[in-house]
Design a protein around this ligand. Structure first.
Ligand SMILES: [Zn+2]
Length: 156
């Protein structure tokens, strides 16, 4: 092929619903959410960090993890963004997507904030703050997925 050849662009749309195994670590993590309302991470045997969500390998030390550690249901808000436009797979806006470091964890869990009125962006800036304490709110009917924790709300 030379640079003079015309490259055609073909329009298209892919819709590929599929199912796959969650794997051993994610399966246990989601089973604990569903069956016991417990949040588990894993500890790295080298650096001793507790990784959440649990994963079979510490990305820092490149060693296998196998010590399961139960996390608290409260944590500290490490980062957030407030969205006023809809995103596929997320609740309707306005919504605050957050990174929360649960008590006992060294890494953050990505989730959503609830229990705060985000409708006014100026007021929302005062309601959601880095460093604030948050806690998990559980769904009554859990399915073994991350939304079994419905959202994290400010600790009263
Ligand atoms: Zn490590």
């Amino acid at each position: 092929m030379t640079q003079e050849e015309e490259i055609l662009i073909m329009p298209g749309a892919w819709n590929l619903p599929f199912r796959h195994t969650a794997g051993r670590f994610a399966s246990r993590f989601f089973r604990e959410l569903r069956d016991n309302k417990k949040i588990f991470g894993v500890r790295c045997p080298e650096c001793r960090r507790v990784l959440l969500p649990p994963r079979p390998l510490c990305e820092r030390c490149f060693v296998s993890t196998d010590e399961w550690v139960e996390m608290g249901h409260q944590g500290t808000l490490e980062a957030f963004t407030i969205c006023y436009v809809p995103f596929l797979g997320l609740p309707p806006p306005p919504i605050a997507t957050i990174m929360v470091k649960l008590d006992g964890a060294n890494t953050c869990l990505s989730h959503v904030m609830g229990g705060v009125d985000l409708s006014d962006v100026e007021k929302a800036k005062d309601l959601v703050k880095i460093g604030m304490r948050v806690e998990a709110v559980w769904r009554d009917e859990r399915k073994g997925e991350i939304s079994d924790i419905q959202y994290f709300r400010p600790v009263a």
